[in-house]
Every structure is written in C-alpha cells, then in structure tokens.
Ligand binder design. Structure first.
Ligand SMILES: [Ca+2]
Ligand SMILES: [Ca+2]
Ligand SMILES: [Ca+2]
Length: 288
C-alpha cells in the first residue's frame, strides 16, 4: 500500500473500531436531538422531546459529531437541562481543547473525565457534573442541551450535527402473584391465578412445587396428624404436632421434598433423603 492508502485504511479501521466500541457501550433508549448551529455568543438551546414517562435511573448523552470554529471548544460551556429545570454541565469553558467531538459519550460510569481526554474526544467520558442528579426525576417532557459560547472565541460559531440523549428506566419488577390461605374455610385465593378450597382449620399452608413440573402445588401440613396433603399430587404422613413443616428441594432434583424440623430435639427429617440433628429447643429453622 502506498502511504496515503495506508493512512486512509488506518483511518477507516479506526472508525469501524470506535463505532463498534461505541455501539456496545450505548445503553438505554435513544432520543435524537436536532441539528444545532450558532454564529454568535448567544445562548443556544437545542430541544429534544421525550414522550415516554418513567422514573430515570440513568442519563447519558452522545455527541457523535460536532464542529466548533477553530479551537473554540475551549470557549464553550455545554450543559443539559431536564424538563423540570435541573441542569448538569457536560463541561465548562476553558477546560477543553480542539474544535470537535467525534463519537463522544458523556456517561457518569466512564473511567475518565472529559477534561482528561484529547480532541476529538472519541469514546466515553464522565461529564464534569454528575448526571445522576437527574435520577429519580420523570423522563417525560422537553430536555434541552444548552450551548453557551463565550466572548473571546475566535469565531463564535459551531455546529452539532448529531447528538442524542440516552435514558434508562428501572428494570421491571418480576411478576409474582400474591395469595392467601384461610384455614377456617380451607380457601386458597391466589390473585389472578386460582380460587380453590383445600385443607381445613389448623392446617398450615406449604405451597411448593412437589412434582417438579414448574408449577406450585397447593398443599397443607396438618400438625394434628402429620398429614401432608398435596393437591392432585399425593397424601402422605410425615411428622407430628411437635414439628414445624420445612419443605425444600433438599436434593436439588427440581421437586420440593417433604421435611420437618423438630425444635425440641433439633431433628431435621427429610422424607426419603436424610435425618440429622442440628439446633435445639427454641430454635427456628432457616434456609441458607
Ligand atoms: Ca451512565
Ligand atoms: Ca407442581
Ligand atoms: Ca427434591
């Protein structure tokens, strides 16, 4: 390759590498900002409207392409303003060098601050103010990126042709159903799942998956007789009125095993698996 060709090849490789690095590090939902251009020292506000509404847990900004007149990045402040007016500086004037940003991301979790970078600031950098100040606010509304050119710059002009806000919402809470067992009537009511009668007064609810089919089985332990009644699965006698039921998948085969803890002697008895002594009178069995 000729020298020029090699130069372009290396530049091309660098672009590929940085863009793949960048896309791997982008997180959250992207809200692209619009083209911004300025030619004076007036404050510029570039707006981006976020239609979704969620509680913020992470805010990042990407400026993929910006050019500011010769060397005038030094003479700019850029800050982000949330819909309710909270603001955080990406950087302040007299702290950066050069004229451009290229695939620059402002992210609190980056290891280097933007003021430690070199033009054109490729990669992820921490803003000078932490963006976590926005966390807990609602996302919906008009966000603004404020650009304040300062007097003293050579040209006081610039463009930001590609920038985006990235917002993360909290991870959804895993689905689970709540329910009750009313022993006086034997009612099981599991919200949005089922309503059945099984068991009677004095029974203890021991809802588990006893047959390993992935669905919990409605089940009771009757201390007066040591009965384990597992609906549509089995009925066995194991334990007595001095025992606390302690059903658990002790052997790890995916189905819950019938077991008891006898507090008076510290006996653990797991049906078909083991009997051992651990603990004594007054103790409560726990699962590690
Ligand atoms: Ca972040
Ligand atoms: Ca089951
Ligand atoms: Ca098991």
């Amino acid at each position: 390759m000729k020298r020029d060709q090699r130069k372009y090849f290396l530049l091309f490789a660098l672009i590929i590498l940085t863009s793949s690095y960048f896309s791997k590090n982008a997180s959250g939902t992207e809200y692209p900002g619009s083209f911004v251009e300025w030619t004076t020292t007036e404050l510029i506000l570039s707006q981006v409207y976020v239609p979704n509404n969620f509680k913020l847990v992470n805010v990042d900004i990407a400026i993929d392409d910006a050019y500011i007149s010769q060397g005038d990045l030094t003479w700019c402040d850029i800050y982000l303003i949330s819909p309710i007016g909270t603001y955080a500086y990406l950087f302040k004037y007299l702290t950066l060098d050069g004229s451009s940003f290229l695939n620059t991301k402002f992210d609190d979790s980056a290891s280097n601050c933007i003021t430690d970078g070199v033009p054109p600031y490729i990669g992820s950098y921490r803003p000078v103010d932490n963006f976590d100040i926005f966390n807990g606010e609602w996302s919906n509304g008009t966000w603004r990126m404020a650009i304040q050119p300062h007097y003293g710059a050579l040209g006081n002009s610039g463009t930001i042709s590609d920038w985006s806000l990235f917002l993360n919402e909290p991870s959804p809470i895993p689905n689970f159903q709540i329910g009750i067992f009313r022993d006086i009537s034997g009612l099981w009511a599991i919200q949005d799942v089922t309503r059945v009668y099984f068991g009677s007064t004095g029974d203890e609810a021991v809802l588990r998956d006893y047959n390993g089919d992935g669905t919990k089985d409605i089940a009771v332990f009757r201390p007066s007789s040591g009965l384990w009644a597992i609906r549509e699965v089995t009925r066995v006698y194991f334990g007595s009125s001095i025992d606390a039921p302690f059903p658990l998948d002790f052997d790890g085969d995916g189905s819950c095993d019938i077991g008891i803890f006898r507090e008076s002697s510290g006996l653990w008895a797991i049906r078909g698996i083991t009997r051992k002594y651990f603990g004594s009178s007054g103790d409560t069995p726990v699962k590690w």
